[in-house]
Design a protein around this ligand. Structure first.
Ligand code: GLA
Length: 393
C-alpha cells in the first residue's frame, strides 16, 4: 500500500512539473513570436520607374511594412503613386489616385499624389512684398499663382536617400530650389521625408532652409478614396474636421481676409458627416469652390497630437486619421476631376472619385497680415510634420 502511495505521489509530481514546463515553453514561444513581430522590418526596394524626355532616370521606392501597408514614391515630384492599405477583411488595396507610367505623370494633371511647393494654394496676383521688395511669381492660374507656379515641386526631380531603422523605413527626398525659381526669393534647400511605420502610419516631414528671406508653405496632394474602388465617388465617405471656421474665399478662390463660422453651414464637419450630404446645397462658398475646396482653421489644441481630420469608408471599414502641426487643412473634393485621367487598369478617374487632405498654412498668407506668417529667414529652419494613420473599424 505504502509503495502504491509513493508511486502515485511521484506520478502526480511528475505530471505537474511536466505540465508547468510545457506551459512555460508555450509562453516563451509566444513571447518570442510577439517580440519578433514587434521588430519585424519595414523594407524599402528601389526600381526604375522611367526616363524623362531630358534623359533623367526616375526611380521608384517601395516602402513595405508587416501589417499590409505599402507606399510607392517616385523621385519625380516626390509623388506617391501607390498607397496600399488593408480593409476590414485584411485585403490590401490602393487608396490613392495614381497612374501606371511616368509618361502619364508628365502630362498635365491636377497635382496627383505630389509634393506641393514652394507655396501650396493660391497667392493673389502672384505678388507679395518682403523686406520692402516686391516679388512677382509665375501666374499659372491667371491672374493668380497656384501651388508653386508653372513648374512647382510637383514637377521637379528629387534626390533620394533610403533611411532604415528596422521598425520604420524612410525615404528622404531633397531638392535645391534656386533663387528666383518661379519668382520666389532665396536658394531654398528642401527636404521631405516620408516614413512608414509598422503601426500603419505614413509620416511626412517637411524641412527647409534659405539664404534669403522668403516664403514657404509645403503640402502633399494625394487624392484618397478609401473604398479602394475608384469607380466609386468619395461622397459616401464620412469626414470629421476639428475646426470651427473656414478661410472665406472670393470667386477666384482667394481669401477675402475674413473667416466664416461653420456652425449651421455645409462646412460643419465637427461631427462625422458624409462628404456628399450637403455638397450640393445652395451656398455661396460652395459655389465659389465648385464644392469643397477650402482651408479649415484647425482647433488643433495639441499641435501634432490632436487628430484634426478623419475620413471613414463604411464598406471597406478603412479609417484615415490625420495629425499635423499646421494651422490649416484644405479639404478638396476632386471637383475638377472630369473623367480624362486614366486609371491604372482601365477606365478614367471621374468627378469626385478622390479627396485631398492638404495640411498647410492659409492661402495667400503673404498678403494677409492677420494670418499666421509663412516667412522663412536665413538661419531658421522650416519644419513641419503631418501623419496619416490608417486602421479599420
Ligand atoms: C487644390 C486647389 C484646387 C485645385 C486642386 C488641384 O486643392 O485648391 O483648386 O487646384 O488643388 O486641381
Amino acid at each position: 500500500m505504502n509503495v502504491i502511495y509513493q508511486f502515485t505521489f511521484i506520478l502526480v509530481i511528475f505530471c505537474l512539473t511536466s505540465f508547468t514546463t510545457k506551459d512555460e515553453e508555450t509562453k516563451l514561444v509566444a513571447k518570442k513570436i510577439v517580440t519578433h513581430s514587434k521588430y519585424q522590418e519595414v523594407t524599402i526596394k528601389k526600381s526604375t520607374f522611367g526616363i524623362t524626355p531630358e534623359g533623367e532616370k526616375i526611380d521608384s521606392y517601395k516602402l513595405k511594412n508587416q501589417n499590409g501597408m505599402e507606399v510607392d514614391i517616385i523621385t519625380y515630384g516626390g509623388i506617391i503613386t501607390d498607397l496600399k492599405v488593408p480593409n476590414k477583411k485584411g485585403i490590401s488595396e490602393n487608396v490613392v489616385i495614381g497612374f501606371k507610367t511616368l509618361e502619364e505623370y508628365l502630362q498635365p494633371n491636377p497635382y496627383v499624389g505630389a509634393i506641393i511647393g514652394r507655396y501650396a494654394n493660391r497667392i493673389a496676383n502672384g505678388k507679395f512684398s518682403l523686406d520692402g521688395k516686391e516679388y512677382q511669381l509665375t501666374l499659372n492660374r491667371p491672374p493668380h499663382s497656384l501651388h508653386g507656379g508653372e513648374k512647382g515641386f510637383n514637377r521637379v526631380v528629387w534626390k533620394a536617400v533610403e533611411v532604415k531603422s528596422g521598425k520604420k523605413a524612410s525615404l528622404r527626398l531633397s531638392y535645391l530650389s534656386k533663387d528666383l525659381e518661379e519668382g520666389y526669393p532665396g536658394n531654398l534647400q528642401v527636404c521631405v521625408t516620408y516614413t512608414l511605420t509598422n503601426e500603419n502610419q505614413l509620416e511626412v516631414l517637411y524641412e527647409a532652409t534659405t539664404d534669403k528671406e522668403t516664403i514657404v508653405n509645403l503640402t502633399q496632394h494625394s487624392y484618397f478614396n478609401l473604398s479602394g474602388d475608384f469607380s466609386n465617388t468619395i461622397l459616401e465617405h464620412e469626414v470629421v474636421l476639428q475646426s470651427d471656421k473656414i478661410v472665406s474665399i472670393n470667386e477666384n478662390g482667394i481669401p477675402t481676409g475674413e473667416f466664416e463660422w461653420v456652425a449651421n453651414t455645409p462646412f460643419d464637419f465637427r461631427t462625422a458627416k458624409k462628404i456628399g450630404k450637403e455638397i450640393g446645397v445652395k451656398n455661396e462658398q460652395l459655389e465659389r469652390g465648385n464644392g469643397y475646396d477650402h482651408c479649415w482653421v484647425l482647433n488643433n489644441s495639441e499641435r501634432g497630437k490632436t487628430i484634426v481630420a478623419k475620413a471613414y469608408d463604411k464598406v471597406s471599414g478603412r479609417l484615415l486619421e490625420v495629425t499635423t502641426d499646421e494651422p490649416g487643412i484644405q479639404l478638396y473634393t476632386g471637383n475638377f476631376l472630369k473623367g480624362n485621367l486614366p486609371m491604372r487598369t482601365s477606365g478614367f478617374y471621374e468627378h469626385r472619385t478622390g479627396f485631398c487632405f492638404e495640411t498647410q498654412h492659409f492661402p495667400d498668407s503673404p498678403n494677409q497680415s492677420n494670418f499666421p506668417t509663412t516667412v522663412l529667414i536665413p538661419g531658421k529652419k522650416y519644419k513641419t510634420k503631418t501623419t496619416f494613420t490608417f486602421s479599420v473599424n
